[in-house]
Design a protein around this ligand. Structure first.
Ligand SMILES: Nc1ncnc2c1ncn2[C@@H]1O[C@H](COP(=O)(O)OP(=O)(O)OC[C@H]2O[C@@H]([n+]3cccc(C(=O)O)c3)[C@H](O)[C@@H]2O)[C@@H](O)[C@H]1O
Ligand SMILES: Nc1ncnc2c1ncn2[C@@H]1O[C@H](COP(=O)(O)OP(=O)(O)OP(=O)(O)O)[C@@H](O)[C@H]1O
Ligand SMILES: NC(=O)CC[C@H](N)C(=O)O
Length: 568
């Protein structure tokens, strides 16, 4: 029996020494389990994705030292095959590096394989730094098994279409007993299921078993869910590692039967069921914030609490990620704030078990008006300028708290508002990270209800859930004064923002809503207006903080559009 350790680690990008320590810990566990090989994720030594760090001379030098240290570590542990992901120098013309997989044992590189399919779509940009590897299969005999290797995207071209490069087919032609795939596969809703579908189909087609090792962790806007798996052509996925957690686990592989088993030969525990969408959102956001704060050195976060649903959800998720002693809420009433803005924030914070500070903005807003009116500008802000001034005063106060106390400011914008620019630049867009920026407003409500359901109590008070959304920047203001109802707006936005990346089940509802609108002149005008708002507000998104990506197409690097353009 071949024994394989799946090392689902959480490397930090660029922390070569720290990542090496993670490798060493996992390798020792593998040795303890009597494993023949330990498999790490794609680019495990650098963390995925190092991007332009690869252009930096110091980083290149550190990478050289880390490689030597890695070889030494394999000698130290001894008698174990390490399957690692590292950038290696490209000997030919083109880019300086290749995205490589090395099999190392006792300080010796026994096999090298270079990724052939370099993704450049959506959030990926690997061709910017790497040269593709040659169209070859790489197989190594380990403990009596012929093991073939591939890297992430290499496995995604085997869908029956006639591609010029299909590394899966090439590897299958070499007839290995088992395929080992190393990955950095970021998660979004439905991604785990998509991976299972893609690899199950390819494994079934070629009658090959496969081990898929993924990294976990939050890296700026991307979160990796781990969920490494082992798959047999029939019945499919027979083992799945934990999601959103590190795990180092050793499986047995019966070479003759092409069958995975526990180390003692007993059947593997059944894979856990998938998460429902709201549980997925929650866990992805929690890990995204936790790792962002940890890696950027923030102990605490601060959030402006308006008594509305966006700040309530942001606070509840922050408390879950960091704990009650690491989250600060501040309410900043103005003369347009409803009485609920303070009372509801107080009730929310009591239920979450966090402090609420109060800092009214009335005096500052008035003072700004008087100062400007009394200056040579002779300008007294009114209308939209006064509305936005209030949001900016709040943004300024929150950033002052951040500066003075070292807290990370969380911005509270949701995907619907970010899409149409319903937010104030340098006001409520201020912040270092957005937790709910990839949730449409209707999903914000759904996730709040889900959190209440999971808590078994009204963690987020009904008064917040039931009030009509309002920016409270003018008397009696409602979001629906300027925007269509969110139930309708969100359907249109899904099609316009996510297009072909929209999941099939959501597409049906979105297309039906848009088709109904197209049936009338007003409906067509509304679609045109929404399109215009999305396009015109690209400048706000370009200046906005990163958001935790949850859906297949999120604002950020996966959606790149010009600003000074004419296309609507
Ligand atoms: N193409 C471009 N490139 C670079 N900058 C550009 C620009 N076009 C405008 N600008 C600049 O942007 C400014 C306009 O943007 P901005 O100052 O943000 O203001 P604006 O977008 O005009 O107004 C903010 C809107 O968001 C609503 N709001 C605010 C706060 C919270 C909420 C909520 O419910 O969460 C809603 C508010 O009621 C209002 O309708 C212009 O004055 C100009 O300086
Ligand atoms: N009175 C307030 N006190 C503290 N922060 C506020 C206040 N009003 C607005 N904010 C901050 O500005 C953000 C934008 O809030 P606003 O009420 O304008 O719109 P919103 O998108 O409906 O958000 P929410 O649902 O949180 O109210 C809030 O999430 C909050 O962080
Ligand atoms: N690192 C990669 O090659 C990622 C691409 C792959 N299709 C994924 O997202 O899972």
């Amino acid at each position: 029996m071949l024994k394989i350790t799946l090392a689902q680690i959480n490397p930090t990008i660029g922390d070569l020494e720290g990542n090496l320590a993670l490798h060493l810990d996992a390798a020792r566990r593998a040795r303890h389990d009597g494993a023949d090989l330990v498999v790490f994720p794609e680019l495990s030594l650098t963390g995925y994705y190092p991007a332009d760090l690869l252009d930096d001379e110091d980083f290149r030098e550190r990478l050289g030292h880390a490689m030597k240290a890695l070889l030494a570590a394999t000698r130290e542990v001894g008698s174990l095959h390490w399957v690692v992901g590292v950038p290696t120098r490209n000997p030919g013309p083109g880019k300086a590096f290749r995205n490589s997989l090395l099999v190392i044992r006792d300080g010796e590189v026994l096999l090298d394989y270079h990724k052939q399919l370099l993704p450049t779509y959506n959030v990926f940009d690997e061709r910017r730094h790497f040269e593709p590897g040659p169209d070859v299969a790489r197989v190594l005999r380990i403990a009596g098994a012929q093991v073939g290797f591939m890297i992430c995207e290499d496995g995604w071209n085997d869908d029956g279409k006639d591609y010029t490069v299909n590394p899966f087919q090439r590897l299958a032609d070499a007839a290995p007993d088992l395929i080992v795939s190393i990955n950095a596969s970021p998660s979004h809703v439905g991604k785990r299921e998509l991976r299972h579908e893609v690899f199950r189909a390819a494994c079934w087609r070629h009658r090959l078993p496969l081990v898929f090792v993924n990294q976990i962790g939050g890296h700026d806007q991307l979160v990796y869910d781990g969920a490494s798996f082992a798959i047999e052509p029939e019945p499919g996925v027979v083992f799945e590692a934990r999601r959103f957690e590190e795990e180092v686990v050793t499986l047995g592989f019966e070479i003759d039967r092409g069958h995975f088993a526990s180390l003692d030969g007993s059947a593997l525990p059944p894979a856990a069921a998938g998460l429902d969408t709201m549980s997925f959102y929650r866990r992805q956001i929690v890990l995204g914030l936790r790792d962002y704060a940890r890696r950027c050195g923030f102990e605490r976060v601060v959030v402006g609490a308006s008594g509305g649903i966006d700040s309530a959800l942001t606070l509840a998720l922050a408390v879950e990620a960091l704990g009650t002693d690491r989250v600060l809420a501040i309410t900043m009433p103005s003369r347009f704030s409803s009485s609920g803005s303070v009372d509801d924030s107080k009730a929310l914070c009591d239920r979450l078990g966090i402090p609420l500070e109060v800092c009214p903005i009335e005096d500052i807003v008035r003072q700004v008006g008087e100062t400007m009116a009394g200056s040579t500008l002779a300008l007294r802000p009114s209308g939209l300028a006064l509305e936005n001034l209030q949001a900016r005063v709040r943004g300024m106060l929150l950033m002052t708290v951040s500066n003075a106390r070292g807290h990370l400011l969380l911005t509270t914008g949701n995907k619907s508002e970010i899409a149409v620019g319903y937010c104030t630049l340098y006001g409520d867009t201020n912040g270092g990270l957005g937790l709910i920026g990839d949730l449409y407003k209707t999903e914000v409500f759904a996730l709040c209800r889900h959190l209440n359901h999971v808590a078994g109590r009204e963690l987020i008070p009904a008064a917040i859930l039931d009030k009509p959304p309002s920016a409270e920047l003018a008397p009696g203001q409602r979001d629906t004064d300027s925007l269509p109802p969110y139930e309708l707006l969100d359907e249109v936005l899904k099609l316009l923002v996510e297009g072909e990346r929209l999941a099939a089940d959501e597409r049906v509802a979105a297309e039906a809503a848009v088709a109904a609108l197209r049936g009338s002149d007003e409906g067509q005008a509304l679609i045109a207006r929404i399109k215009g708002m999305i396009a015109r507000n690209e400048y706000k998104r370009r200046q906005a903080p990163p958001i935790v990506r949850l859906r297949a197409r999120a604002f950020g690097s996966g959606r790149q559009l010009p600003i000074a353009a004419r296309h609507h």
